[in-house]
Design a protein around this ligand. Structure first.
Ligand SMILES: Cc1cc2nc3c(=O)[nH]c(=O)nc-3n(C[C@H](O)[C@H](O)[C@H](O)COP(=O)(O)O)c2cc1C
Ligand SMILES: Nc1ncnc2c1ncn2[C@@H]1O[C@H](COP(=O)(O)OP(=O)(O)O)[C@@H](O)[C@H]1O
Length: 312
């Protein structure tokens, strides 16, 4: 998959671009609904011997448009998006860098520049996709902007248990720790990447060494607590248990949650390595224990519960 970043205003050289079927949207999470939009574009591209593309935006419009500075965290930061789209056999990823200039483009100019300009022959989007100044362009009035140069398909909303699958829903579920529900909405396990850094070197003394992970600040994490996780490392999948929290038994100084993972049946050094953590089940809240012995007893119970969960 080729990734091409686009800024507005800039020149597009039409001749060099192949005829393309594109899916367009912000696609944070690439959840079941997004997957339907993207898969439709990929299938249509194959059927018509064209290239497939995803056209997305970065950063999130609210980062650029809101008056106060906000830091947005994504269900799928750009890198995760890229990996997932690659697996979905998308040929090209166009990332339109979101700016005030872009936000002020009229719907017609937006289509001229980014759809007709990118040689898109067929555009696929969800029913609620909007484009152009104040989102005035949508899938109901797009006909007036196509100039008969491309076709389009609108994907109706995808539901799970009578509720619309949406990025907002997934964000809410993450904040409640409901990772199993999140995974149903995503159609895959929710995951984050992290680099193993040094901690307090306490884990090994209590019989549970934990790889402490430095996570990109733009990645969304679930609510604080203990979770059953899988660890993807160098092409292998390991089972393990994660504590996302403040280690209240040992200190009251931590203000930012730390993600630590104890990998089952593993004993090598991991410092500096990159791990991908898949979240499978919420086990319990992090607690402040009266002493280390009680904490160790509790972690032993967590381990039993998580091993049982993975073995059935
Ligand atoms: C499965 C699991 C559950 C944990 N639960 C708690 C907890 O409830 N409360 C707490 O203070 N620390 C908890 N811990 C975190 C330990 O305090 C932490 O792993 C230990 O302090 C080691 O830190 P270090 O890696 O910086 O050496 C848990 C760790 C694991 C692996
Ligand atoms: N089963 C395991 N799970 C996690 N880390 C392990 C494991 N076995 C060995 N390690 C190594 O031990 C380190 C964790 O030990 P710990 O005493 O908790 O140190 P730290 O406080 O620096 O995290 C990990 O970063 C990793 O390099």
């Amino acid at each position: 998959m080729r990734t091409i970043e686009l800024t507005y205003p800039h020149m597009l050289v039409l001749e060099e671009l192949p005829k393309t079927v594109a899916a367009i949207g912000f696609f944070d999470g690439i959840h079941k609904g997004h997957q339907k939009v993207i898969q439709t574009a990929v299938t249509k591209a194959k059927e018509s011997n064209m290239e497939s593309a995803v056209i997305t935006f970065h950063p999130h419009p609210s980062v650029v448009l809101k008056k106060e500075k906000i830091h947005v965290q994504y269900i799928t930061p750009l890198r995760e998006k890229q990996e997932i789209l690659q697996k979905m056999n998308v040929d090209r990823l166009y990332i339109i860098s979101f700016s005030k200039e872009l936000a002020s483009l009229s719907p017609e100019r937006f289509i001229d520049h980014f759809i007709i300009g990118l040689n898109i022959q067929h555009l696929v989007a969800g029913f609620d996709f909007t484009y152009g100044h104040k989102g005035e362009g949508n899938m109901n009035n797009i006909e007036s902007h196509t100039k008969n140069t491309f076709d389009y398909t609108t994907i109706e909303k995808v539901e799970l248990e009578n509720e619309k699958v949406s990025s907002t829903k997934i964000r809410n579920l993450l904040s409640e720790g409901k990772v199993e529900k999140v995974n149903e909405n995503l159609n895959r396990p929710f995951s984050v990447f992290g680099t193993v850094v040094e901690g307090e070197k306490r884990g090994r003394t209590i019989g549970y060494p934990t790889a402490n992970l430095l996570i990109d600040s733009d990645a969304l994490l679930p609510k604080i607590g203990v979770y059953a996780v899988k660890v993807l490392y160098k092409g292998e999948v390991y089972e393990g248990m994660a504590d996302l929290g403040l280690n209240p038994t040992f200190t009251d100084k931590n203000t930012k949650p730390i993600l630590e993972v104890n990998i089952f049946d593993y004993s090598n050094d991991l410092y500096g390595e990159e791990l991908q953590i898949e979240w499978h089940k919420y086990i319990r809240d992090e607690e402040k224990f009266d002493d280390v012995k009680t904490l160790i007893e509790r972690i032993a119970l967590d381990e039993k519960e998580i091993r049982d969960y993975f073995s059935c």
